[in-house]
Write a protein that binds this ligand. Structure first.
Ligand code: PEP
Ligand code: MN
Length: 264
């Protein structure tokens, strides 16, 4: 069902007037974790000033250590709902368990299935039974074929509003957090009709590489870029090292526009 052979035209998913997979690439930006109403509001206010429409933020954080911040849970989803309504933003947040999906769909506009759950087949099937857009991230060590089949699980249950996100894969390379597989973008665009995004924050794990990888992602045909921005990254409860502060984020957006690859 995800195959281009089955459907030649690009799938475009329209949420609150924002086109995912439409004519122009978009930015999906926001903090790693939802930490408070004020924290998310600071990002949302800047989004509105910059004409950005899509806000990400994690409420359920699948952390490597059980002792690290695990997210605000439903409280975080409520914050996203309130801010999405107040600022007319499309909200995206990760859900990690099938039991939370229906509730989450009432709070957020796009359900994210994260890298660690790309092959959580019960979660994929349950997301497939929703009538709600899903952003599926590539697994930590998933092949393109496994990634495509994971998306197929969602479509096979009836939900065709699926978008893909390349977020880097595990390799021997230690200079970056993961290795951004740039060729995954044109491959996924050739093999499937789904929108494809590039997460520059989790793939590189390095602020100095966000702009060049974002340019590369758009240049090879992605439908947009995911990037993390936090009002005060130094005190962020997750991914403090690679989130941009708001002035640096605005410079990132300006430079992407100046490159001609992104229209703003
Ligand atoms: C995220 O986007 O918040 C996240 C945890 O990313 P990933 O699942 O790609 O590691
Ligand atoms: Mn993060």
């Amino acid at each position: 069902l995800v195959s281009r052979k089955k459907k030649a035209e690009d799938t475009v998913i329209t949420v609150k007037g924002v086109e995912f997979g439409g004519a122009s690439p978009i930015l999906i930006a926001g903090p790693c974790s939802v930490e408070s109403y004020e924290q998310v509001r600071a990002v949302a206010e800047n989004h509105v000033k910059r004409g950005l429409r899509t806000l990400r933020g994690g409420a359920y954080k699948p952390r490597t250590s059980p002792y690290d911040f695990q997210g605000l849970g439903e409280e975080g989803l409520k914050i996203l709902k309130r801010i999405g309504d107040e600022y007319n933003l499309v909200t995206i947040s990760e859900i990690v368990t099938p039991a939370d999906l229906e509730l989450a769909a009432q709070y957020i506009d796009v359900i994210q299935i994260g890298a660690r759950n790309m092959q959580n087949f019960e979660l994929l099937k349950a997301a497939g039974r929703l009538n709600h857009p899903v952003l599926l991230k590539r697994g930590l060590s998933a092949t393109i074929e496994e990634f495509i089949y994971a998306a197929e699980y969602i479509l096979s249950e009836g939900n065709s509003q699926v978008m893909l996100c390349e977020r880097g894969i595990r390799t021997y390379e230690k200079a970056t957090r993961n290795t951004l597989d740039i060729s995954a973008v044109p491959l996924l665009k050739q093999e499937t009709h789904l929108p494809v995004f590039v997460d520059v924050t989790h793939s590189t794990g390095r602020r100095d590489l966000l702009l060049p990888t974002a340019k590369a992602g758009i240049a090879v045909g992605s439908d947009g870029i995911m990037v993390e921005v936090h009002p005060d990254p130094d005190v962020a409860l997750s991914d403090a090292k690679q989130q941009l502060n708001i002035p640096d984020f605005n410079r990132f957006v300006d430079e992407l526009i100046a490159s001609g690859l992104y229209k703003g």
